[in-house]
Design a protein around this ligand. Structure first.
Ligand code: MOS
Length: 735
């Protein structure tokens, strides 16, 4: 049967199959859906970070034009908290009591005939608070410290003994700020009830999670709930959890017995749909004079909201990145009166890699080795905790081929030694990894009487290219032209798919599609097994392959017949097959499941008079396993690179330490790079398919972002001799 080795379609830089729908405005995002009689909701948010609602007066709001209802904690029904998920527990249900746990907490929802009327009436809801002192600083000694409950702390060898052997010890405290995901599409929900069934259009990265969560919250069966998300305007992790505003929209629709639409405002996006939590990291690294790592100790503390269990294990990258005999990693969380954090692109690695790879660079300088040579010298040939070979690892090739492409050999090691006129030039690099993450997934494939294929799964395409790469994969495996394959997603009535997150969807879904397509060909063979008219009679799975809509004997294109002929002769409208994928386990395979690896090379230019930092060039060499589509995969890495430059130099969600207010919650105030800030971004893919799964992808969603902060910081050091330990890198750090 067709294997991917034969691939002609997979790998090619096929244009996005959904591009025409997007560029013509035909693609419908959640807030594009409207229904007859639809009402609109607007939120009222807390203006304090901690305390109680003393009183809430809705009289004026209720009397305002067009208002249908106002729901507060005094009138809301009892709602259950959503279930535990793969990403931890759900945020608490809204409007359940008078307590305020963070600034921006929803305290009322107003429903009106129009969005404008709802928003106006929301401004008329009078809330009086009894404020309490809020805990807002990750360093606040009064904050409850949550000890890592997920078993992700690691320890191997004896770090004290390791440091005792070290000739060189580098130690530092690194800080990263809160960042806000800010997908371009304002997150939106449209909900309508029909009897006790419910349909929801939502900006989610995981339709099944919204379905399961709503079933729990409202105490209704999952089978009566349908969640649709065929297009969403980005996510970066903001759509992984089901947030309270989704519950409020569904509740509002039930109360007014009409469809209700809620579109978050940009300021609401800063407090309602998660953010990358800030971190304070202590890292200490010891090496011998010869440049062998002997000890790494990495302690991370991140912030978490009250009554929330989001997690961000920032130190874990230090556990597996290098062959070092003595390593200890610890993650803790400080509970604060902040909006719930959540995963934001490259969660944990994005922060942890900054500390690790900056400190590694410093150690390389301390022992007098080129930073690239130092990393190769301490290369983890096998998984340093499991002591198993990697299922694939081309990080060495990333370093070597990336260095070649970048021109690393032109670098003169002395800080400040490279110049362009008066300008300082710096070269920096970082090694990166993103852990293997795959969870079970299902898909269903059908071939219809006209010979076209229909493949579906309840996944999402958050702009990553899921529609396109799954179309390619199914076309390859079914021996059809891509124009004869339709891949559909974004509907919780389709087979189960996990979240588009953790760089895991393409692998999980790809392997499910692979199984479904292989089974579907087998279904056809079953139909003709005893068919005297079929040249395929009696053929076993391995005897056949598929080309141009025909199943035929391997090496003999004549001995076969088309899907169309088989279906017609047997009076069948279609044949279908289900596929499931379950993630391989390192123990079963005797190898360590590898995620993506990469090396990031950066050239910076600094104006020493003005402290102006510019990233002139980035080369990203990526081992992402099998690349299903070179164009969309490159686009993922380029997008991640922009996100990484943004993390390194621009983004910082500013919380007012008095009130907990987010002080820069608009696109005017929250800095992000513009075109002039992102210049030459070169991407090369190295390595090949991972051997642990049939499809062999490793995910390219997060790896593009990881390491830019360290590589830019290391380049700044090379240019100026200054070590950067705090993000974002601002002018004051360079003057
Ligand atoms: Mo990604 S932060 O797992 O959507």
């Amino acid at each position: 049967m067709t294997t991917l080795e034969a691939g002609k379609i997979v790998g090619a830089g096929l244009d996005r199959v959904d591009a025409p729908l997007k560029v013509t405005g035909t693609a419908q995002y959640p807030n594009d859906f409207s229904f007859p009689g639809m009402a609109h909701a607007a939120l009222v948010r807390s203006t304090i970070a901690a305390g109680r609602i003393h009183s809430i007066d809705v009289t004026e709001a209720l009397a305002a034009p067009g208002v249908l209802t106002v729901i507060t904690h005094l009138t809301a029904p009892k709602l259950e908290r959503g279930p535990m998920t793969l990403l931890g527990g759900s945020p608490a249900a809204p409007l359940q009591d008078d307590r305020i746990l963070h600034y921006g907490q929803h305290v009322a929802v107003v429903v009106a005939e129009s969005a404008e009327e709802a928003r106006h009436a929301a401004s008329l809801v009078r809330v009086q608070y009894e404020a309490a002192e809020a805990l807002l600083d990750v360093d606040d000694p009064r904050a409850e410290i949550v000890v890592n409950p997920w078993g992700l702390d690691t320890e191997r060898g004896d770090v004290a003994a390791g440091f005792a052997q070290a000739d060189v010890v580098v130690e530092g405290t690194f800080t990263t700020p809160d960042n806000t995901n800010n997908p371009l599409g304002l997150m939106s929900t449209v909900a309508y009830w029909h009897g006790d069934s419910l349909t929801v259009h939502d900006s989610t990265q995981w339709p099944h999670n919204v379905r399961t969560s709503l079933a729990t919250v409202f105490g209704i069966p999952e089978s009566g709930i349908r969640v649709l998300a065929p297009f969403v305007g980005g996510g970066f992790g903001a759509g992984l959890r089901m947030w309270p505003h989704v519950i409020l929209t569904v509740l509002a629709a039930r109360e007014v017995n009409r469809p209700v639409k809620l579109v978050l405002t940009r300021p609401e996006m800063f407090t309602s749909v998660g953010h990358r939590p800030n971190s304070v990291q202590q890292i200490k690294i010891g090496a011998t004079r010869d440049g062998d790592l002997v000890a790494i100790e990495h302690h991370g503390i991140s912030s978490v909201a009250m009554e929330d269990d989001d997690y961000e294990p920032v130190s874990v990258c230090s556990a597996v990145s290098y062959a070092c005999p003595n390593v200890l990693t610890r993650d803790r969380q400080a509970r604060l009166n902040i909006p719930c954090p959540g995963s934001m692109r490259a969660p944990a690695e994005g922060q942890g890699n900054f500390a690790l790879e900056s400190a590694i660079d410093e150690v390389a300088y301390a022992v007098g080795l080129d930073p690239l040579e130092f990393r190769l010298r301490n290369y983890a040939e096998q998984h340093p905790i499991l002591n198993l070979p990697w299922s694939s690892k081309a990080l060495r090739e990333c370093y070597l081929e990336g260095a070649e492409r970048f021109g690393w050999s032109r670098r003169t090691p002395e800080p400040g030694s490279m110049r362009d006129g008066r300008g300082l030039v710096g070269y920096g690099l970082a090694g990166v990894s993103y852990p293997f993450y795959q969870v079970p997934c299902q898909a269903r494939a059908s071939v219809r009487r006209d010979g076209s294929a229909y493949v579906r799964s309840a996944a999402t395409d958050i702009g990553t290219g899921t529609y396109t790469v799954m179309t390619q994969l199914a076309a390859e495996l079914l021996g059809l032209d891509v124009t004869r394959v339709r891949f559909d997603l974004g509907d919780s009535d389709m087979p189960y798919a996990p979240q588009a997150g953790g760089s895991g969807l393409t692998g999980a879904l790809g392997n499910a599609v692979h199984t479904a397509c292989r089974r579907l060909v087998r279904e056809f063979l079953d139909v003709v097994r005893d068919d005297a008219q079929s040249p395929l009679r009696g053929a076993a799975d391995d005897d056949v392959t598929v080309t141009d809509g025909r199943i035929h004997r391997v090496g003999d294109p004549v001995q076969g017949e088309s899907y169309v002929d088989i279906l017609a002769r047997h009076g069948l409208e279609e044949l279908s097959a289900d596929g499931r994928s379950t993630p391989p386990r390192s123990d079963d395979l005797g190898m360590a499941m590898a995620g993506a690896f990469g090396a990031k090379f950066v050239e910076v230019r600094i104006d020493p008079d003005l402290g102006l930092l510019r990233v002139a060039r980035v080369v990203s060499a990526i081992d992402g396993g099998r690349i299903l589509n070179e164009k969309t995969a490159t686009s993922q890495i380029v997008g991640g690179t922009v996100g990484g430059i943004s993390q390194a130099m621009f983004e910082e969600t500013a919380t007012d330490q008095g009130t907990g207010r987010i002080a820069n919650a608009t696109f005017g105030d929250y800095l992000m790079p513009v075109n002039a800030d992102v210049r030459d971004m070169d991407v090369i893919f190295v390595g090949g398919p991972d051997r642990a799964t049939a499809v062999g992808t490793k995910g390219v969603g997060e790896i593009g972002l990881v390491g830019l902060a360290a590589a830019i910081g290391n380049a700044v050091h090379h240019a100026t001799g200054r070590r950067i330990r705090s993000l974002p890198i601002t002018i004051d750090q360079l003057m």
